[in-house]
Each structure stands twice: as structure tokens, then as C-alpha cells.
Design a protein around this ligand. Structure first.
Ligand code: TRP
Ligand code: ZN
Length: 883
């Protein structure tokens, strides 16, 4: 087979890490910006590692080299070589200055990595994306995170076309040039890796605010966007200010430049990017207004603004030695964001949301052919490793450690981590070391968590001895093998627990071997394959509430009876565990429906929820979550040979049981009460009531569809904001109700010029379940507003279809796979990062029933056989098909 060389590159291995032979002390960059052609002059002040005798080698991809000089002498053609993305230069010494001039073509860059154009040629603007290895698409450089340099950046461009010129760091002068051109300079006093470089140039509008840090630095906070949407930046600006205060109060971390710029773009591969002093955001995570943004999306904006801001310390001031350490910044920053969001909103709801995401995205990843450790040991394409495992599981690991150290101990450890590693490129070991040594605790056992793929199974078995009044809890762990890791070792698993009496009250805990009583809640750590924990003075056989707050990212296997789960669902004061008991009970009910093994679990689930539904004790938002059974992807994980259409059907049957038990009339009455309270406010109570209203409407549609569609239709017409409007539209469209057509046409016309709202129009239709989905997707592709070139749009239609609509995508005839594989090939030619990411939708293929499994395999194998795929997509498909 004649694969392109980059299709089968040698993998990069953690064990092969070598410190750089050449570093860059300072770099001066000058850009002459243009849409079709941009010239970049780079002056690198080089440092040689005397211990290594290596020629100067710099990364550079797709660069047109116009000039090169060493120590101000132009180089002869024989004195350098540029091949296979490496520039090798002869004669460089310690202290040498290398100057290169290259040409880039931003308008031709559809991969959205390096320097590219966002929007149209006429109105769009130029921007950069450098993480992880985009800087080499801009200039020659040792493009690796352990080379920290001081950056001075000068931008020059036509003033009318590019009135705003921005780069990271502090502003350091600006002025006029000839021919209607102008310039602006930025200097960053903090040495930083190349992946944090950024520039933006174009016609942008701003929203600004003065901020004074706790340590008294005056900072200008500036949000930038295209002029027509600048009014939608207020919420993000508020969220930024909240994040800055929170990091000062919680971690004692202050911002460290005079300006903080944030720019919104509609053309972006991921969520956002933490470039030093110049964050760049996918507009989806920056723009917000009630008319086009749902409650969930508002929380998404707040979370991502916080995430990128927190990177200024966890990522930028302390960066990663190499990309294997990615979770050092991402896992930690996700954890910091989760704690912040929990403080700003409802902590239990945030936890439920995060764990649901972990299960949906990370547990499924860990159970499939793409499973990898939080710190992988090798990769071919680093962009493929910005995964749920590195981010979400990585955050869970930090959470376990934080829990182990306690609030004050964790803060002490973090202070030490920042102190020791400030201005450095660090490793996971540095992190554990700082946290451990500040608390005199050896955290090295947690390294096993970072090195092992797969989700550990935690087995719990309880025995009550009435004569001794003792309860013995036996905990054991087992991690199933993953590719390349046949044998797993035990990891430390903190299990936060409580015991409940049969009346639903928590019992006082007297854990054998511990001096004092533990109150009602204790944490035990299972760090061996199996261990017993004995509780004394227990008067009755208790019901254990385990892994409270989801104290470890494991799958709990406990032989709970439906009755015991119903007791926890009804009584557990830990909001998370109450939800968790409900999820487990719903899963048991699902299994029983599937296997025809009786109604005990279904009755217990519906009975407990119906009591909670008619009572007043549960907050509306939590109630909505309790009433929602696990999603189809999570349910599929319980099957060895999954049939997604059957799972979809059974889940609906389960919901119908619940709806019938709650009753059509009570559901209707509750809907009316909630509808009467409708506001457009963003406070917790208003959000909670919208959330419950949506859930009630969905359940009503299960038992009284006619009435539910009428209510949905008028909710659509009268909705004061996007949350209610989209909820109503979703009910109509997913059910293919007669009223759906008018509502869709109305939505399409109303939001014709609002890209983020229009994405939702595509998304909601991509979720039509079952057979009809594919035809609809194909029809939507010919909508004039559909394009593969815009990642948000491609994700909205194709990504949602393949990843969030199992019964639509996994057709028994395989047509979903064939269609999707064709689109992946087209996307890959434009934007390999997006193609590779969407391809992970095939992740669960090995656990499909045989007919679909074979169809999926064939579609992937055909695609891979093309031989012209990018390294990104090639690696994903290659891993997907490995045995
Ligand atoms: N570092 C970014 C974050 O998590 C994510 C990121 C990595 C990214 N690579 C990217 C964003 C490429 C956009 C494009 O905050
Ligand atoms: Zn991040």
C-alpha cells in the first residue's frame, strides 16, 4: 500500500524524552499581514546546551522560506536544509541569532491551525491557533513546550482592512506607516512556550472593563468580537471577572499582565484557547444572550471563560514539559473550573452534570479501542489526545488527591506546586511531589492512575452479623485489560461512604481500627486488590451509600436490591448519591425490561420517583435530573452486543412506565404550574423551573402526546428565551409531531443570520431517532447554510448525528456508517483535526451486535484503505481497527 509518509510516522514515546539541545532565549517576530499572503520575520536568540552536541534543528511545516541569515550573514544554500518539516542549519553557536523570513497563505488554511482567516474575505479577520503544534505553521522554531522564550511581536497591516491589531503580552507602542498601513507592538515579560503564541487582526468591536487584582495591579479586560455581536459579550465579561476574583480568593493567584484580551471567532476547532494575554474563543463559548442561548449554554460560557482564565497559572505560568504531561494542565484546570462552577451555581447539580459527562464520554472511551491512560506513553498525532480521558478523568484524579489532602492541605500543596514550578515546564511527578511534600504524604501510588487505561470496577459486598452487631464491607477492585496493557495493578480508590438504617436515617459510624467515631460519613481507601472494612455497634442490617459525591472514577458493582436503591433515592441527603441511586435503579429496571425478569425494579424506581414528584422536598432542578434515566450511550455500555434501536425503544418504554405512574393529569397540572412561573431570568430558581418544565413536557408526551404537542407548540410560540423555545422544538421534532414543520420553518427564518442559533436548528434535527434520521441529514446538507468548512456547523449536523443519535446512526443496514465515512473523507481533506474527532463516534463499534459491528468495520476499513488520509484520521482509524 502506498500510504503517504506522514500516514505512518514513528510514534513519539514518553520514554524517549530528551531535554532540548537548543533553546530560544528571546524571539522577535514581525508580521506583515495580508489575507492572501503574510510575511513573517523571526529573530531567534539561541542557546546551546553544552552537554549535547547536536546541529540546530527547527520545526517548520508548509513554510515558504524567503530568506535566512545567521548572525546577520545571509546563508548559502549549502548551509541549511529544509526537508520533512525540519530546518537544519549549520554553523550556529551558543548566542547566535537566526533570522528567517517566510510567507504564509492564511486564506488557504482550512485546517484552522497556524494563521488563518475567520469569516469572509471581505469582513473576516485573521487569527492564529498554535496548540499543540501550530506555531511551526507560522515560523521556524523549536516548537515544543519545554522551550520557554520571551516574545516581542510587531504586527503591520493596512489600517482600513485591519484596524485592530492584537498579540499576547503587554502593549508596547503603535503608530502609522506609509501607504495607509499601521503597526502595533506587544512584549510579554513572562517567558512562554510557542504553543501560547497568538495574534488577531481585523475589524473587531470591543467591550472593556477596568479590573484591579488583589495584589493591586490595574488590568484592562477587553472582549472582542465582530461588530454585530459585541452586545452578546456582557455575560462573558462578568464571568471573567468572577473567575479572576475566585482564583485570587481560592488559590491566591493574581493576573500578571496589564491587559487581558478575549476574542470570539465562529471558526474554531475546539472550545477555546488560553494564549497568554490573548484568549481566543469559539463564539459558542463566549457569546450569550437570552434570545439565542440556553441555560446550559450560559453555564458552558461561564465554565469555559473560567477554564481559560485559570490556565494563566495552571498551564501558562507552570507549563508542561512535553505533551505526555497534557493532563498536568488540562486535568488540573478542569478541576479548578469544576470547583469554581460548583461555587457559582448548585454544587450537587454541577457534580451530576460532570459525572454524567464523564460516563458518557470518558467511560465509553476507556471501554473501547481508543482507551489510553491519562498520561499516554506514546502517540502519533498529539491533537488526537485532547480527550475526555486527559481532561475529565484527569480532573477526577486531581479531585481524589484534593480530597485526600483536605481543603487546607490541598491549598498548601498547590502553593508549593506554583512556587516550585513557576516559569518551568513541569511533569505529573512534579505535581504529585509538591502536593505530597507540602503535606508529608507520599502520593506516588496515584501515579498508577495516570499510567493505566481502563475504568476500574469496584466490587462491594456487605455482611451483617447481628450477634456481634458488626457490618463488614468487602471492597475489591479489578481493571479489565486494554490494548497493550493486559495486566493491571491495583490503584488507590477513596470510597466515601455512609450507612443507612431501614427508616432512611444515617447511622453513626464506628470504623474498626479508628479511634473516634466518624460521625455519619467516612472515607476508606482501598489500595489493594481486596480489603475488609468492619463497622462496629451497628444495630440493624444497613444500606450502604458508597462513593458519595463520586469519590473515585470507577464503576461500582454492588448487589443492591431495588428496595435498597429506592431507599437511597428517597433519603440520601447527598444530592449526588441520591441521583446515583436513581440511575442505578433505572439501569436495573432497564435490564429487567430487556430480559423480561419481572417488575420489581421498574416498580421501585417509578414508585420512589412518584413520591418525590408529588412531594415538595426536592429542588426542581434536581428533580428533573432524577426523572431522567441514563442516556442511550451509557445504557449501551451495559450490553455485550448492543442493538442501539432496541436500547432506544426500551429506554422509551422505561420512560412510559414512569410517565404512567406519575399520571397524565398530574404531569399536565405540574406543567401548567411551571409554565405560569415562566420568566427570562437566569437565577437558579428560574433555570430550575425551566429544566423541570422541559422534563415534564417530555414525560407528558409519553402518555398524552396530542396534548403535549399542543403545549409544546404554544410554548414554542410564546417562549421568552431560547431555553424554552429549543425545549419545545426538541419535543416536537424528535417525536416528528405534525407541529414540528411549522416550528422548524419559523426557527430557520428567525435565526437566518445567527450562526449559533442556527447550529441548534441543525442539531435538533440531527437527533431525530431511528430510520428517518439519515434522510433528514442528507436533506439538510443542501441547506445553503450548511458547510463542512465551519467546524461548529459540521459538528452540529454530522457530529451530533454520529455521536448523540445512536438509533439514527447505527442503522442495521449500515447506511449511516457508509454515509458518515464518506463525509469524514471530505472533512479530512479540509480539516484533519475535526475529521479525526468526529471519527471517534465509531468508538463503541466492537460492542455492537454482529450485523452492525461488521458494517461499521467495513466502513472504517474502506476509509482507511484510501491511503490518502491525514495522520490525525489515520491514527484514529488505525487504533479503532487494531485487535
Ligand atoms: N488548551 C485548550 C483548552 O483546553 C484546548 C486546545 C487544544 C485547543 N488544542 C486546541 C483549542 C486547538 C483550539 C484548537 O483550553
Ligand atoms: Zn484547557
Amino acid at each position: 500500500m502506498s500510504a503517504r509518509p506522514e500516514n505512518a510516522p514513528v510514534p513519539t514515546r514518553l520514554d524517549d524524552y530528551r531535554a532540548p539541545a537548543w533553546r530560544v532565549d528571546t524571539v522577535e517576530l514581525t508580521f506583515d499581514l495580508g489575507i492572501d499572503s503574510t510575511e513573517v520575520v523571526a529573530r531567534l536568540h539561541l542557546q546551546r546546551d553544552p552537554a549535547q552536541d547536536q546541529p540546530l534543528r527547527l520545526d517548520g511545516e508548509g513554510l515558504e522560506l524567503l530568506a535566512i541569515a545567521l548572525d546577520d550573514h545571509p546563508l548559502d544554500a549549502g548551509a541549511y536544509r529544509y526537508a520533512e518539516n525540519v530546518l537544519e542549519v549549520d554553523g550556529a553557536r551558543d548566542g547566535s541569532v537566526l533570522e528567517t523570513r517566510v510567507r504564509l497563505k492564511p486564506a488557504e488554511n482550512t485546517a484552522l491551525e497556524g494563521l488563518y482567516l475567520s469569516g469572509s474575505r471581505e469582513a473576516g479577520f485573521l487569527l492564529t491557533q498554535c496548540e499543540a503544534e501550530g506555531f511551526r505553521h507560522i515560523t521556524f522554531f523549536p516548537d515544543r513546550p519545554d522551550v520557554l522564550a520571551k516574545f516581542t511581536v510587531t504586527l503591520r497591516a493596512d489600517r482600513t482592512r485591519f484596524p485592530v491589531l492584537l498579540a499576547g503580552g503587554n502593549p508596547d507602542g503603535a503608530g502609522e506607516l506609509d501607504d495607509g498601513r499601521h503597526w502595533a507592538r506587544f512584549v510579554d515579560p513572562h517567558p512562554r512556550p510557542s504553543y501560547l503564541f497568538a495574534l488577531v487582526a481585523g475589524r473587531l468591536e470591543k467591550l472593556e472593563r477596568d479590573y484591579v487584582t488583589a495584589d493591586k495591579r490595574a488590568v484592562k479586560l477587553v472582549m472582542w468580537s465582530e461588530p454585530n455581536v459585541i452586545d452578546r459579550c456582557h455575560y462573558a465579561l462578568d464571568a471573567l471577572e468572577r473567575s479572576m476574583r475566585w482564583d485570587e480568593q481560592t488559590y491566591g493567584r493574581n493576573y500578571d499582565l496589564d491587559v487581558f484580551h478575549v476574542v470570539a471567532t465562529h471558526d474554531f476547532n475546539m472550545g477555546a484557547m488560553e494564549n497568554k494575554g490573548l484568549n481566543i474563543f469559539n463564539a459558542k463559548y463566549l457569546l450569550a444572550d437570552p434570545d439565542s442561548t440556553t441555560d446550559d449554554e450560559y453555564r458552558g460560557v461561564e465554565a469555559v471563560v473560567a477554564h481559560e482564565y485559570f490556565h494563566n497559572w495552571s498551564g501558562n505560568r507552570v507549563t508542561c514539559r512535553d505533551w505526555f504531561q497534557l493532563s498536568l494542565k488540562e486535568g488540573l484546570t478542569v478541576f479548578r473550573e469544576q470547583s469554581f462552577s460548583a461555587d457559582m451555581n448548585s454544587a450537587p447539580l454541577k457534580r451530576i452534570e460532570d459525572v454524567a459527562l464523564l460516563r458518557r464520554a470518558q467511560f465509553t472511551e476507556d471501554a473501547g479501542p481508543l482507551a489510553h491512560p491519562v498520561r499516554p506513553s506514546e502517540y502519533r498525532e498529539i491533537n488526537n489526545f485532547y480527550t475526555a480521558t486527559v481532561y475529565e478523568k484527569g480532573s477526577e484524579l486531581v479531585r481524589m488527591i484534593a480530597g485526600r489532602l483536605g481543603r487546607e492541605g490541598f491549598r498548601r500543596g498547590m502553593d508549593r506546586y506554583f512556587e516550585r514550578n513557576d516559569g518551568r515546564a513541569a511533569t505529573i511527578e512534579d505535581f504529585l511531589d509538591a502536593l505530597g511534600s507540602a503535606n508529608d504524604i507520599d502520593l506516588s501510588p496515584y501515579l498508577a492512575w495516570y499510567a493505566q487505561a481502563g475504568t476500574p470496577r469496584l466490587k462491594a459486598h456487605g455482611r451483617y452479623d447481628s450477634s456481634r452487631r458488626e457490618y463488614t464491607l468487602t471492597l475489591s477492585q479489578h481493571t479489565p485489560p486494554t490494548h497493550g496493557q493486559p495486566h493491571k495493578q491495583p490503584v488507590p480508590i477513596p470510597v466515601k461512604l455512609a450507612l443507612f438504617g431501614q427508616d432512611g436515617r444515617m447511622l453513626a459510624l464506628h470504623l474498626d481500627g479508628r479511634a473516634a467515631s466518624q460521625g455519619n460519613e467516612a472515607v476508606v481507601i482501598l489500595d489493594r486488590a481486596e480489603q475488609d472494612f468492619v463497622f462496629r455497634d451497628v444495630d440493624q442490617p444497613p444500606v450502604p451509600s458508597l462513593l458519595r459525591g463520586f469519590s473515585a472514577p470507577v464503576i461500582l458493582e454492588c448487589d443492591y436490591t431495588p428496595k435498597a436503591l429506592a431507599l437511597l433515592l428517597t433519603h440520601d441527603p447527598d444530592g449526588f448519591n441520591r441521583w446515583e441511586a436513581g440511575q442505578q435503579l433505572a439501569a436495573l429496571a432497564f435490564d429487567a425490561l430487556r430480559d423480561g425478569t419481572g417488575n420489581a425494579a421498574v416498580d421501585a424506581w417509578c414508585g420512589a420517583l412518584s413520591a418525590l414528584f408529588s412531594g415538595e422536598s426536592v429542588d426542581a432542578a434536581l428533580l428533573a435530573d432524577l426523572l431522567t434515566p441514563p442516556g442511550e450511550l451509557v445504557l449501551a455500555d451495559r450490553q455485550l452486543e448492543a442493538d442501539p434501536s432496541r436500547i432506544h425503544e426500551l429506554r422509551r418504554v422505561l420512560q412510559q412506565h414512569l410517565a404512567r405512574r406519575l399520571g397524565a393529569e398530574p404531569l399536565y397540572q405540574r406543567y401548567r404550574t411551571l409554565a405560569a412561573q415562566t420568566t427570562i431570568d437566569l437565577d437558579a430558581a428560574s433555570q430550575a423551573s425551566r429544566r423541570l418544565k422541559r422534563c415534564v413536557l417530555e414525560l407528558l408526551a409519553m402518555v398524552d402526546p396530542e396534548r403535549a404537542y399542543m403545549l409544546a407548540s404554544s410554548q414554542y410560540d410564546q417562549a421568552p428565551g431560547m431555553t424554552d423555545r429549543l425545549a419545545a422544538l426538541g419535543v416536537l421534532v424528535r417525536a416528528q409531531a405534525p407541529q414540528a414543520t411549522t416550528a422548524l420553518a419559523h426557527f430557520r427564518a428567525r435565526y437566518d443570520d445567527n450562526a449559533l442559533a442556527l447550529d441548534k436548528w441543525f442539531m435538533v434535527q440531527a437527533q431525530i431517532p431511528g430510520e428517518p434520521a439519515l434522510e433528514r441529514i442528507k436533506a439538510l446538507e443542501s441547506d445553503p447554510k450548511f458547510t463542512l468548512k465551519n467546524p461548529n456547523r459540521a459538528r452540529a449536523l454530522l457530529g451530533v448525528f454520529a455521536s448523540a443519535n445512536p438509533s439514527g446512526f447505527h442503522r442495521a443496514d449500515g447506511a449511516g456508517y457508509v454515509f458518515f465515512a464518506e463525509r469524514l473523507a471530505q472533512l479530512d481533506a479540509l480539516n484533519p483535526q475535526i475529521a479525526a474527532r468526529l471519527a471517534t463516534a465509531f468508538n463503541g463499534w466492537k460492542r455492537l451486535e454482529p450485523v452492525r459491528r461488521e458494517a461499521a468495520r467495513l466502513a472504517m476499513a474502506h476509509l482507511l484503505a484510501r491511503g490518502d488520509l491525514s495522520r490525525n484520521l489515520g491514527e484514529i482509524l488505525g487504533n479503532m481497527l487494531q485487535d
